[in-house]
Design a binder for this molecule. Structure first.
Ligand code: HEM
Length: 457
């Protein structure tokens, strides 16, 4: 268990290389089965999804964060989960996201301007916080409507920080009690537990305030719509609080991390940037406007780069672990009931049997791909390009929202500026270390880095 270290994604990749596509780990009293082969993962999570879509009772994510069975990502496969997930799917639908693009573009343009201004003032800028401001503001605006415009920047920073801390506690190390029940009495009084409880109390008061302001405001918003459905879906105030926290956290953090990887990668690949910019520029010359998501088919190289980005650095170490509710027999394997089953996300995307030269950033490997991420991830297994959004009944309901945000941030940024590395004292470029990963619980995040956003002439 301890050998998973701070960055489980990298450790699992090494184990898969040495041991093969399916590994069993003894995590104290729990058994984990970890997979880095998409065909095996598809058989297990999608074809046997009815037996493999539950979640474990992780001390932090289930007992504390989800208050023992509320919300979506960490909830068991209960009626409450199904109802909350159905609401999420309906509000994250392409039709809704389409109606939101103008607001999104305004949020993005403001952030790009800040990145340009800070580069001009200080010579370089760390883009991570600005990217989080974009993705969290987008989720807040989409859920809380106009009232989110008046959220103070300190409150937004508080929401971002609270989410980062919660993600950190969501990794295996946040669940020592379930691995080693004999230690539960020690953990009950540990500083780690006190801090975890404090962050949840803080989350609760922060979100209660946000929800109350949105519901009392005179602007129409999705949250009011969700509240109007609560009797029909048998959800109480606590369910709605956890669900709001789910949508803002799951909707805000991973997309920003994916964009942070993208900017780090682009800063050291000027040729890739120029090719994308030439696609964007010729669209602008033909149409007199910056391309939006509905124009994506006219930017085939950009589609390939964004796919390769999410393959190359896939944002989560292993998605969110699933749990078997029955024994499963498939492809000659036997996995007993109550086993934690995991898609080894980073190792799967680095699997040489699936992607040739997997450790190289090669957008052209996706040159024929045109399907949206949502269609490809939810369509036939054979046509799936990548696996970053998980599997089967638990597949991420925010894929379309994430793709629209990623596309819009990337295209609007490259239309206005070049992303360049900083220059060291020796006059040479200092590239971001793409192998340096921040220990961040469930997430697979780049460490803070600085680059330059230079206005194009
Ligand atoms: C690049 C961005 C994103 C990535 C890589 C990502 C990835 C994932 C993964 C791997 C899972 C677990 C799937 C499984 O258990 O098999 C998940 C679940 C989830 N995601 Fe995302 N996600 C992203 C963006 C979003 C956005 C924008 C939202 C919008 C609110 C969202 C909402 C959720 C929710 C609610 C779940 C829980 C689903 C369930 O357990 O039924 N995600 N995501």
């Amino acid at each position: 268990m301890l050998s998973l270290k701070d960055t489980p994604g990298l450790q699992l990749q090494t184990w898969h290389r040495n041991l093969g596509p399916i590994i069993r780990l003894n995590m104290g009293v729990q058994h984990w089965v970890i997979i880095n082969d998409p065909t095996i993962a598809h058989e297990l999570f999608s074809r046997n999804g009815i037996k493999t879509s539950d979640r474990q009772k992780h001390k932090f994510t289930y007992d504390m964060y989800s208050k023992g069975g509320r919300g979506i990502p960490f909830n068991k496969t209960s009626k409450k989960w199904k109802n909350a997930r159905n609401i999420a799917i309906s509000i994250l639908s392409p039709k809704y996201v389409e109606s939101f693009t103008k607001v999104l573009d305004t949020i993005i343009d403001k952030a790009i301007k800040q990145l340009e201004d800070e580069t001009e003032k200080n010579g370089s800028v760390s883009p991570m916080h600005s990217l989080k401001v974009v993705t969290f503001s987008a989720m807040l605006r989409s859920l809380l409507g106009g009232s989110a415009k008046f959220i103070a920047s300190e409150t937004l920073d508080d929401i971002i920080k609270t989410t980062e801390v919660m993600f950190t506690y969501s990794g295996p190390e946040g669940d020592i009690d379930s691995f080693v029940p004999q230690l539960a009495w020690i953990n009950k009084r540990s500083k780690h537990r006190e801090e975890a409880e404090a962050i949840i109390n803080h989350r609760d008061s922060l979100y209660k305030r946000l929800i109350q302001d949105a519901l009392e405001g005179d602007q129409d918003c999705l949250l009011k719509h969700i509240y109007s459905l609560r009797d029909e879906y048998e959800l109480d105030e606590t369910d709605l609080l956890v669900m709001t926290s789910d949508l803002i956290s799951a909707g805000g953090d991973p997309t920003a991390l994916s964009l942070a990887w993208l900017f780090a990668i682009l800063s050291q690949n000027p040729g890739v940037q120029m090719k994308m910019q030439s696609e964007i520029d010729s669209f602008v010359a033909r149409n007199g406007r910056t391309p939006g998501f509905s124009d994506r088919e006219e930017l085939p190289y950009t589609i390939s780069v964004l796919l390769e980005n999410i393959r190359f650095r896939s944002v989560t170490n292993f998605g969110v672990p699933h749990l078997t509710t029955q024994d499963v027999e498939f492809l000659g394997f036997f996995i007993p009931k109550d086993t934690v089953v995991i898609s080894s996300m980073h190792a799967m995307h680095m699997n040489e049997n699936v992607y040739e030269n997997a450790d190289k950033f090669i957008p052209d490997r996706f040159s024929g791909s045109r399907k949206t991420w949502s269609i490809s991830s939810n369509g036939s297994f054979e046509e799936r390009d990548m696996y970053a959004f998980g599997w089967g009944r638990r597949i991420c309901p925010g894929i379309h929202f994430a793709e629209v945000e990623t596309f819009s941030v990337c295209v609007r940024t490259l239309a206005r500026c070049n992303i360049e590395p900083i220059i060291g004292l020796d006059g040479k470029p200092e590239y971001v270390d793409l192998d340096s990963i921040l220990p961040a619980g469930l997430n697979f995040s780049p460490k803070e880095y600085k680059v330059k956003f230079i206005k194009r002439g």
